[in-house]
Design a protein around this ligand. Sequence first.
Ligand SMILES: Cc1cc2nc3c(=O)[nH]c(=O)nc-3n(C[C@H](O)[C@H](O)[C@H](O)COP(=O)(O)OP(=O)(O)OC[C@H]3O[C@@H](n4cnc5c(N)ncnc54)[C@H](O)[C@@H]3O)c2cc1C
Length: 547
Amino acid sequence: MKKRQFDAIVVGGGAAGLYTALCLSESLSANSSGLAARKICLITKDNLSISASDWAQGGIAAVMHSDDSSLLHAEDTLKAGAGLCEPAAVKVLVNSARTQIEKLITLGVDFDREIGGLLAMTLEAAHSRRRVLHAADATGHALVSKLAARVLERENIQVLSETIVLDLLMQQGRCNGLFCFSLNQNLSKNPSEIECLIAPVVVLATGGGAHVFSQTTNPPSSTGDGVSIAWRAGGLVRDMEFVQFHPTALAVKDAPRFLISEAVRGEGAHLVDDKGDRFTFEYDPHGELAPRDVVSRAVFTHLQKTGASTVFLDLKPIPPDRIAHRFPNIIKICQQWQIDIFSDPIPVTPAAHYCMGGIVTDADGKTSISGLYAVGETASTGVHGANRLASNSLLECFVFGVRLADSVIKDQIDLQVDLPASIDYPEVLDPAPEIFNSQTQAIKDALRSIVWQAAGICRQKAELEQALTQIQAWRQELINLKSYTRLWVETNNLADFAYLLVKSALFRTESRGAHYRLDYPDPDPTWQQHTLIHAEEISRSPLASEI
Ligand SMILES: Cc1cc2nc3c(=O)[nH]c(=O)nc-3n(C[C@H](O)[C@H](O)[C@H](O)COP(=O)(O)OP(=O)(O)OC[C@H]3O[C@@H](n4cnc5c(N)ncnc54)[C@H](O)[C@@H]3O)c2cc1C
């Protein structure tokens, strides 16, 4: 097996991975005699321009102006999190926001500004102030393109694109590296090309797993790989039942569920039913700008009540020049589906959008496994609780990315792992017959449908139990279909992710934040606790600090 050694490996080319690699590159270089001595590897299964981060639209939350305060930002975050945020982590998030935004600006990120140069801010649901910075409606792309350019300039970062990580290299309970393979080769014909990358610091920045739902705003690469990889290695995962459903994804037959950003409602668009009536106030006094779970359930319930198949976003209350200035990308995508957003209401539906739970980390990105770190959507730092406040997730990538890099240096991790004499990935496969691919694809499609049906916006015991039994059967089947293809690796990770999610949704017998049980429709104060999974064990764990 091919082996390579690095000082740190970052898995993920989204906002979290790129920023963490940049910060590690700076901290490691500053603390070493020369750049060449400190080598960081950044791995992505696509290339640096493909990630959920690149798709982010609305913006990034931060307190930048005097009419706002970190205290208010913290209050809004805690309220959206419905009693399950870790207050200490929230404090870190809101207090560090401004510094990270300033650093992003020095790295070349252009946020929109008002005439006069003041940073422009928009309003999103459940924010008490206009505090969302943006770059038109393509904020993620503006961030990722600049960060990727900076990463490529760094001599001590080696980027391995189109390379997929399979599992971690675990030795005496410590993570000392990982196994991966390049997607540019035919591994089923030549399985010896699995590589072992060795490093004392491995960072999972692999993003979320919302692609486990058939209806999702996420790219196909959001297959929950990091959570599944860490869990298989014995790491702790938390709050997997909490998935945010975004109320307004494009609902056109055969179109992907393209996100129609919340900023559209923030700028004044109305959510209307097929008769043109604004209906959200029937469900919550905040109407369209109630938290996302409330609006998603309002849409779900209203559609059931009226028998209609879709609801609509009406942009007529927004002045046309404002629409043109703020939403050029949404205009373009809708045009592709023959919708002129200046005159036509946009048909929308809820879709799975963001995974609040993930790999348990402390405020420095450390997981329960020595040598393993996590950051971004794959991590559970505790900032999102039972429901994420809009635009806090990009912020989380930066705030916790820099802390992770700093802590690696602070802890003076021994930056050498001895190269083990022999390492074998557990098994080497014979070329897999083509039929394996079609069976794996069929499992993937069925899995995504069942997770949407059973663990979507409204959940209940019988359906969750049935889904869990079926998912277990598919996990077994996948073992027999094993082949080193991207399809198999991602489907296997999706199946593990689905197992953790559905098991947690069944375990939590209450409704809270984004987790809604029809059979337990109210919050239960005794459930103000995290759901923790270690191997097959599921348990409750109290919050680390009081609210
Ligand atoms: C349509 C959309 C709009 C959004 N809008 C906003 C917004 O306005 N504001 C906001 O704050 N948040 C928004 N979000 C959420 C936010 O974009 C994500 O939470 C955030 O970008 C996650 O960043 P990340 O770096 O953790 O993961 P990602 O950006 O998903 O990156 C994950 C990376 O890991 C790599 N990877 C994964 N598994 C493997 C593997 N096995 N091997 C190798 N590489 C792997 C992927 O290739 C990718 O490079 C939005 C999300 C979507 C989908």
